[in-house]
Design a protein around this ligand. Structure first.
Ligand code: URA
Length: 188
């Protein structure tokens, strides 16, 4: 089982480009899940609590998953490309992504999910090495390393675009999660 082996350790002495970090954020959810969600990097709340997607974006992500019929504590494993919070929540650099990728690959190997959801452009580029806009690739199933992968809009983007009108990022993402649940139901 993958877990943060230093949950109580104070990492504030560890300077990441002048950015004190509190926690190395590894994962949340079921290690035996068939569905892995990969985000960008921890934010302030994640750094404080030591779990991915526990801030505002995470709450929206949980809601989208639950509305599609997922049981968050049973069906899903959450992690990020980068395991430490970048200074001022900036996007991770190419070097940070490159240095963190071996850990993510190891997580994928150990959890062995059949479906991987790439949340936002950083996860999409890091895994698929594809620079196409997320607006083009979102909602599409892509075969990667024998697994089914789908990019979706990042919930932080959805929080800035909350309209539910047909064709908006929010309504497209809701249908993406229904599509994911439909596929998930065919597994096992
Ligand atoms: N929280 C995370 O853990 N990852 C993100 O990509 C955004 C918020």
């Amino acid at each position: 089982m993958i877990k943060n082996i230093y949950p109580d350790k104070d990492f504030s002495e560890v300077s990441n480009l002048g950015n004190p970090i509190n926690k190395i954020v590894v994962s949340r959810g079921n290690t035996f899940s068939q569905l892995m969600i990969v985000g960008e990097a921890p934010g302030a709340k994640e750094d404080e609590l030591g779990e991915p997607f526990v801030g505002r974006s995470g709450k929206l992500l949980d809601q989208l998953l639950q509305n599609a019929g997922f049981d968050i504590s049973l069906d899903v494993y959450f992690c990020n490309v980068v395991k430490c919070r970048p200074p001022k929540n900036r996007r991770p650099t190419k070097t940070e992504i490159r240095e963190n990728l071996p850990w993510l690959y190891q997580q994928i190997k150990l959890v062995n999910p059949k479906i991987i959801i790439l949340v936002g452009a950083t996860a999409l580029e890091a895994i698929l090495k594809n620079k196409s806009p997320i607006s083009i690739l979102r909602g599409k199933w892509i075969n990667w390393d024998g697994r089914l992968v789908m990019p979706v809009f990042h919930p932080a983007y959805l929080l800035r675009n909350q309209s539910n009108e047909e064709g908006t990022p929010m309504s497209l993402t809701k249908s993406d999660f229904l599509k994911i649940k439909e596929k998930f139901n065919t597994l096992k």
